[in-house]
Each structure stands twice: as C-alpha cells, then as structure tokens.
Design a protein around this ligand. Structure first.
Ligand code: PHB
Length: 447
C-alpha cells in the first residue's frame, strides 16, 4: 500500500514522493512586464528537491487575462527568459516543475485595459463565454487596487475562441522552451474554463453551450490542442468540481454538477494527461484565518466521488491537507498524491521534513501576497532552524520505521520541546505534524 513517501510515475517523471508544491499566487513578478524575478528563481529553487514535483503559480497566457499587477506571464520572450532561470534552478537540484497556464476570463477587471502591457496589445480584459459578471469584488484593479465590483465581460466570438485556443498552445510551447517539464491547464476556481463549464456563467447559444457536452467542449478542445502541441504526458489539468456547494467562485453555479464534472474528468481521461489536480471543498480563499477555519474543518476528501471518471493517470488532491491527512489520503487510495500550499510556503525543505518526520515552520498569512523577500524566501530550512535554536540537527534524526513505541514517543517528546523552545525565539515558530493532525485552524497554532 503506497503512502505519502512512496515513489510514483507522473507523465514522464519519476517522482520520489507524493507531496507536491501546489500552484500558489505569490505576486512577486515584475510589475508591467510580468517577467519572473530573481526572487522567484530563489523561491522555486529553495523548494526544489530531488524527484519532487513543483507547480508554478497561475501564469497568464496573454495580456487578455492580466488581472494582478505582479503575477507572471508566459507570452513574451522576456518572460520565457525569466522562467528559464526558474526551471534551471529547480532542475539543478534534481526537481521537476510544471507551469500552470491561466486565463481568468471575466475575473480580469476592465480597468486593466489601461495597464501598459494590455493597452495597445490588441487584447482587452474581462472577456468570457457570455456577459454574466462575477459576483463580488475583483481581486485587483488598475491602477491602485481600489476595491471595485467585478465588471461585465464581453463574450468571445467563435473566431476569438479559436484564438484563445491558439494562445493556450503558444503558452504551452513557450513553457517547454523555458524548460518546464509540462503545463497544467487551470480549469478551476471560477476562471475562464469554469465560465464555459458552469451553466450560470455560460449563456451562449452556440456549440459551446446549451448541453453539458457543449459546456465541456472548450476544455476538451484545449486539452486536445495542448496534447498535440507538447505531448499528452506533459499536459495536466486542474479542476474544482464542487461549484454549487462552495459558491465562492464569483457566485457561479451549474446545472448537472455530476455530469459537468464527470464529463470534464472524462475529457482528461480520454487525452491520457499526466495528472489531474483536484481542489477539495476545503479550499479556503479568504485572507482571514478565522473565516477559513470553517472550510478547513470539512472532511478532506469530498471531491473523490468524481475519481471514477479519471482512471488513466494519477489524481492529486489539494486544499488544507496536513502531513497526517495527506498520508491518510494516499494510504486510503483517495488520491495518488497531495499538494501542499501553506506549509510548502513556510517550509522550503518540506520534502525532507516529511521524510524525517520533522516539525514544520508555521506560516505567516500576512506576507502571502506582499512583495519582497519577507514571507517568501526568508523561511529557514531545518538546518537553519537548528542553528537558530542552538541545537544539533543530528540529534533530531528520525528513529526510523523499525523503532519501538518507546523510542518513537521519546522522539516526539524531543520535538515538542523544540516547539516550545521556538516560541518567541524564531520568527516562524515550529509546529509538529502530530499537532496539526488532520485539521488545521489556519495558523497551525491552535489546531
Ligand atoms: C488568486 O490569485 O486569488 C487565485 C489564483 C488562482 C487560483 C485561485 C486563486 O486558482
């Protein structure tokens, strides 16, 4: 029976373990050009480890989707050159990296049409399947991030849909040119693919709407295009199959939830893609830990009811997993692998910590989306933690699989002592995997 540390093949990659870096918006790219920065090179390189898969943050495929000031793109040569340094850094440590390619559709506020990278590009923002705006406030606006409601999108013509398909292909080709091991099509969280998949956002009257099959058509076509362009074993997909039950994706709902997502999984299955990444209903999009706490108390595997529709490759689960719940999900066969977000943010050497059962650095939510190195590249490795605490890393070697109950308990006591020592002494105090258990309160502190 596999566990979190059992090797697995994903597409052409032989992964050493089943813990993966989740795609995470971190907003450290160059403003205006959306070129990856040296800080991003450092961040991804820090998190790379032999035989471990990283997935990049969501990355714009064209100016049409620009919706933050400092999220990266992959449509210009300059952006490709920036990403090359990231992939080189990751590969130099024996790691792997997929690029998550992103079109936000109606979630790109129309004020971004004034952004210099959009203006004069021939593209306009806030485009969608139809003219239904997302409910709520936009995640960013131009020029000053003033809080504004989402704007009404302009529906794509059929010619433009064909062009969007070509933009995705170009982004995938650019990703391969930049040295990525593959691309993950972002089909989740209320963005463009969801705006075609889900009926409340898709009021078209052509072959892309009307029936469940028609709403899945664009996703199927783009997967087909990507597989033809770069090979099916270098293409992946992310889905969030729970539209109706967690209506935080801009107020989106759908008819035929089972068929819509069963069909989307089946499209991925048909194309035999490298992996399918699935968001759990535990996904907690708020910038406030207290609000997230409720979502994080939901069971870990509510999306598994769709697993039967994708059997051609591994399914990776994501959202609110801890080392304990991730290991259980793999052991129970719910997911083949699991993404870590918040604890991979705060633990650049998360693979080692998981392998050796070491405590984790707690994360600071305040710096998830700020700029600069703080909360991005300043989280210490385990060796640095030991140095800062004035202890020897060698004294905290895991007792190993064959250890007795007494030895294991003694090891856990030692780790608990370190956690206490770290309080007040470390910028990012420690928490043990055991203390995190299967649920998290959001900070890890009181779980
Ligand atoms: C975000 O930036 O808020 C974001 C981006 C991509 C996601 C989810 C959230 O998949």
């Amino acid at each position: 029976m596999p566990d979190l540390l059992t090797p697995i093949k994903v597409g052409r990659l032989n992964l050493k373990m089943r813990a993966v870096l989740a795609p995470l918006t971190r907003l450290r790219a160059e403003p205006v050009t959306r070129v990856p920065t040296q800080l991003m090179v450092d961040y991804y390189t820090q998190r790379a480890a032999e035989g471990v898969l990283l997935i990049t943050e969501a990355t714009y495929i064209s100016p049409e989707t620009v919706s933050y000031h400092t999220a990266p793109g992959i449509w210009t040569q300059e952006q490709v050159e920036g990403w090359k340094k990231v992939t080189e850094g990751v590969h130099s440590k024996g790691g792997y990296i997929f690029c998550q390619i992103w079109h936000v559709g109606r979630c790109a506020h129309e004020t971004f049409n004034e952004d210099p990278v959009v203006k004069g590009s021939g593209y306009t923002t806030c485009r969608s399947s139809s003219d239904v705006p997302a409910i709520g406030e936009s995640h960013s606006t131009y020029p000053d991030n003033e809080v504004m409601p989402h704007t009404k999108p302009v529906p794509f013509t059929l010619e433009e849909i064909a062009r969007v398909r070509r933009d995705f292909v170009k982004a995938a080709e650019n990703a391969i040119a930049a040295g990525f091991d593959g691309v993950e099509l972002h089909g989740a969280h209320g963005y463009l693919m969801c705006q075609f998949l889900n009926s409340s956002a898709n009021l078209r009257t052509d072959q892309y709407s009307g029936s469940t099959e028609n709403r899945i058509r664009l996703l199927d076509e783009i997967l087909s295009d990507l597989c033809a362009a770069i090979g099916n074993d270098r293409v992946a997909l992310r889905l969030s199959p729970h539209t109706n039950v967690l209506p935080t994706y801009g107020g989106m709902t759908t008819d035929d939830l089972e068929g819509t997502y069963g069909g989307a999984y089946a499209a991925a299955d048909k194309h035999k893609i490298a992996y399918l990444l699935v968001t759990e209903q535990r996904w907690s999009p708020f910038d406030d830990d207290a609000k997230n706490a409720q979502a994080l108390r939901l069971p870990c595997a509510m999306s598994q009811r769709w697993n039967k529709y994708f059997t051609s490759g591994p399914i990776i689960g994501a959202s609110g997993f801890t080392p304990v719940s991730a290991d259980a999900a793999v052991r129970e066969g719910v997911y083949d692998a699991v993404c870590f977000g918040r604890y991979y943010i705060s633990n650049p050497d998360l693979p080692r910590r998981l392998e050796q059962g070491l405590p984790l650095n707690r994360y600071s939510r305040e710096t998830f989306y700020t700029q600069g190195a703080e909360g991005y590249t300043d989280y210490p490795t385990w060796d640095e933690v030991c140095e800062q605490l004035g202890v020897e890393a060698a004294d905290y070697a895991s007792p190993g699989a064959g250890a007795s109950e007494t030895e294991r308990a003694a090891f856990e006591d030692k780790l608990d002592e370190l956690v206490v020592l770290s309080e007040g002494k470390l910028k990012y105090p420690l928490v043990t995997a055991k203390a995190l258990g299967v649920l998290t309160s959001g900070t890890g502190a009181s779980a």
